[in-house]
Design a binder for this molecule. Structure first.
Ligand SMILES: Nc1ncnc2c1ncn2[C@@H]1O[C@H](COP(=O)(O)OP(=O)(O)OP(=O)(O)O)[C@@H](O)[C@H]1O
Length: 264
């Protein structure tokens, strides 16, 4: 890996290491995610995938290496992530139960609204124009993701697959330049996974606000379908990276998964 940021690289990890006490969760991990692409991070259980995401989000501080976002050192702060241009969806759904679907999506953009939902919750004055703009943006996203009819519903009443889409809308409303998807297909059935794949493939090229995508996923079928580049972790190290075709044929990948159940 070069020491100069390459043009068009949105996220770069250089020699990142993370230890939890004596346990090495990531060791000398280097990877680069090109702008406008979908990058998959795969590997058996305990390989370090979630830890890698947590490093990018600032939940875990690496004890070695560097993280660069758009060529500059990234000092991620979980509470400021959206304003730094990064959004993340969680495993499961993770919507706020006390807010409607529309309010949940609006809450994803509070950093960009001069006075947003947080102000509203705190009873602070806010600009009607800001709120209208945010509401429109949130509705547009729900519409794009095919779940606008649920805008006034409460999260608890939603079918699981709809909840996942709402969570995606909430992440997208902040117009991230990098979107981290943590097991987006988890808990979804076959048809829903296919529809999700189509949505993910389109994310980098969205007219309103395209973004690069990095995803952690056990669902191999989805990974192979949507990713431009795949990074394979095993015991905290990168054991392979390449296109889906290269990864499929890589013996080191088969070895990493030997004995591990691969969901397809
Ligand atoms: N906060 C923590 N404290 C101690 N050990 C941790 C912590 N977080 C992760 N680990 C350990 O680090 C290693 C990597 O875990 P991580 O959750 O990143 O793997 P993963 O690839 O996401 O696994 P899975 O596919 O099961 O979610 C594991 O051995 C895990 O037990």
């Amino acid at each position: 890996m070069t020491s100069q940021p390459t043009g068009g690289t949105v996220l770069e990890l250089r020699g990142v290491g993370v230890s939890f006490g004596g346990l090495v969760a990531l060791e000398d991990v280097s990877l680069a995610a090109a702008a406008g692409t979908v990058v998959g991070v795969i590997g058996p259980n305990g390989a370090g995938k979630t830890t890698l995401f947590n490093v990018v989000c600032g939940f875990v501080e690496p004890n070695a290496g560097a993280v660069l976002f758009e060529g500059s050192p990234l000092r991620p702060r979980p509470h400021r992530l959206a304003s730094q241009g990064i959004a993340r969806t969680l495993q499961g759904v993770g919507l706020f139960r006390g807010l409607t679907v529309l309010e949940n999506v609006m809450a994803g953009a509070t950093h960009s609204a001069r006075a947003g939902l947080v102000s509203a919750m705190l009873g602070l004055p806010r600009s009607d124009r800001d709120e209208r703009r945010l509401r429109d943006e949130a509705m547009t996203l729900l519409d794009e993701l095919g779940v606008a009819e649920h805008a006034r519903a409460w999260p608890d009443t939603l079918p699981y697959a709809v909840g996942k889409r709402v969570a995606l809308a909430r992440a997208l409303v902040a117009r991230p330049r990098l979107l981290l998807l943590d097991e987006p297909a988890g808990g979804l059935g076959g048809d829903d996974v296919d529809e999700l794949a189509a949505l993910i493939v389109d994310l980098p090229a969205r007219a309103s606000a395209g973004c690069s995508v990095m995803l952690v996923e056990h669902h191999m079928d989805l990974v192979m379908k949507v990713c431009d580049q795949i990074v394979v972790l095993d015991f905290g190290r990168v054991v392979a990276s390449g296109t889906p075709g290269e990864i499929r044929d890589n013996p080191a990948v088969a070895e990493a998964y030997l004995g591990a159940e691969v969901q397809s």
